[in-house]
Design a protein around this ligand. Structure first.
Ligand SMILES: Cc1cc2nc3c(=O)[nH]c(=O)nc-3n(C[C@H](O)[C@H](O)[C@H](O)COP(=O)(O)OP(=O)(O)OC[C@H]3O[C@@H](n4cnc5c(N)ncnc54)[C@H](O)[C@@H]3O)c2cc1C
Length: 386
């Protein structure tokens, strides 16, 4: 029995959603999986080529309407994230940052000119975007960011440093959040603007098949129209993060599923004490627990997707989904690794790669601790982190 069959999750999906999932899975099998080990080992991906491939399939800004975006439902987008992350969290990150952070910020808060200038090319994967919120000293607490923008005549002048920025050095445009006299505002900073430089972060052990960079802004002069007119205050970037977190609710279950499928196959073939590893009660206990958490996580993801499609989903519900599904996916990856024994520590199997990737996923888009505190506030009415 396939682990997802236990909860009959497929029955909750439309034919179109199942078709989208199969299409993305085929793409991953044919064009991505054969290269993943190499990309991970090298700590380098062909980001431009990948963006065009993803754009060609309509995976960039998939849930946005207009400006060359497909305007598909939340569950379809989630299933695409699930399949991409079943390949590698780094690839799902590329798509999430492009569609749910950079494109969403422009789509939601941008002027008509900004939308027309960037969104069709970003949807096609011809242009790449990044989202600069985190700074070296402020991650969980972005309200204290130091990056600042001041008006100078008709221009804006930006200074500051952004850290841990996915797609940073390969981006054609950076959505940069900075303090202004009017509170936090978002700016579109095209690559190559004088004073704007990037530096890739090396020595990552996690999310190696993903570009992570530092952005440095040193007296970067931008025209008046570089500001996103619709966003004022921290609620602007936080709403974007909520979009990307939603994709993670599904994506994390993709990584978990790939681990569980691998462990099931391995346990069926590997003999210990003259019997298949799968025939031992301790192994079956692990497999049963993992199938339960996977099924519950998938049900939660589809449920949240339907709430998002109905327009009723709340940030707390997205926090609950991100917290639960990433935590459980990480636990599943670690347990699967034990089933593979020594083979579990090599890149010949995807399990250890998923496990170390999920350590990043646990931290970005709001750490697990911050999501616990969001739920704590919702339950008690007391904010423990403000
Ligand atoms: C691979 C990767 C890619 C990323 N991509 C992006 C990106 O594209 N754009 C972007 O802007 N950012 C990005 N980030 C940054 C990410 O969002 C931050 O790392 C995250 O928000 C946590 O911030 P921090 O690392 O500064 O940790 P800190 O905020 O310093 O937190 C350190 C620890 O303290 C805990 N903590 C914080 N506050 C509290 C509290 N009140 N009570 C108890 N514990 C607390 C945290 O949960 C954590 O465990 C990325 C990070 C990684 C690893």
């Amino acid at each position: 029995m396939h682990p997802t069959a236990l909860f009959a999750v497929d029955g909750l999906l439309t034919e179109e959603e199942r078709e989208i999932r199969s299409t993305v899975r085929r793409l991953c099998d044919r064009e991505l999986r054969p290269h993943l080990t190499q990309w991970f080992e090298d700590g380098a991906i062909p980001a431009r080529e990948l963006a065009r491939t993803f754009g060609g399939l309509g995976l960039l800004g998939m849930h946005l309407e207009g400006y060359g975006c497909p305007g598909l439902g939340a569950v379809s987008y989630g299933l695409a994230c699930l399949e991409l992350e079943a390949a590698d969290s780094g690839l799902r990150s590329l798509v999430s940052v492009q569609g749910s952070l950079a494109m969403y910020a422009i789509w939601r808060y941008g002027s008509e000119e900004q939308k027309n200038a960037w969104l069709p090319a970003m949807a096609a994967g011809e242009r790449i975007g990044c989202f600069g919120l985190t700074e070296p000293d402020f991650g969980s607490d972005p309200a204290r960011m130091r990056a600042g923008a001041r008006r100078d005549g008709g221009d804006w002048v930006l200074n500051g440093t952004k850290m841990w920025i996915t797609n940073g050095s390969v981006a054609d445009v950076a959505v940069v959040w900075a303090q202004t006299e009017e509170g936090i505002r978002g700016f579109l900073v095209p690559a190559g603007t004088p004073g704007f430089t990037t530096r890739d972060l090396k020595h990552k052990v996690s999310l190696r098949a993903s570009v992570t960079s530092e952005l440095v802004l040193d007296e970067v002069r931008l025209p008046r129209e570089a500001v996103l007119p619709g966003a004022r205050g921290l609620s602007g970037p936080l709403r974007c993060l909520n979009e990307a977190r939603f994709g993670i609710v599904f994506g994390a279950m993709g990584a978990a599923l790939d681990c569980l499928e691998t462990a099931l196959a391995y346990a069926g073939e590997r003999e210990v004490f003259a019997r298949p590893l799968a025939a031992f009660q301790l192994t079956q206990d692990k497999l049963a627990d993992m199938a339960l958490e996977l099924g519950k996580g998938l049900l939660l993801a589809v449920h949240l997707g339907r709430l998002k499609e109905a327009g009723t989903i709340t940030p707390e519900q997205v926090s609950a989904g991100k917290l639960n599904n990433v935590r459980e996916a990480l636990e599943i990856a670690r347990t699967c690794r034990t089933i593979l024994g020594a083979s579990g520590i090599t890149l010949e199997y995807p399990v250890i790669r998923h496990a170390v990737n999920l350590e990043s996923v646990l931290t970005y888009e709001g750490t697990s601790e911050i999501h616990s505190l969001v739920l704590g506030k919702a339950l008690t009415g007391h904010a423990a982190f403000a």
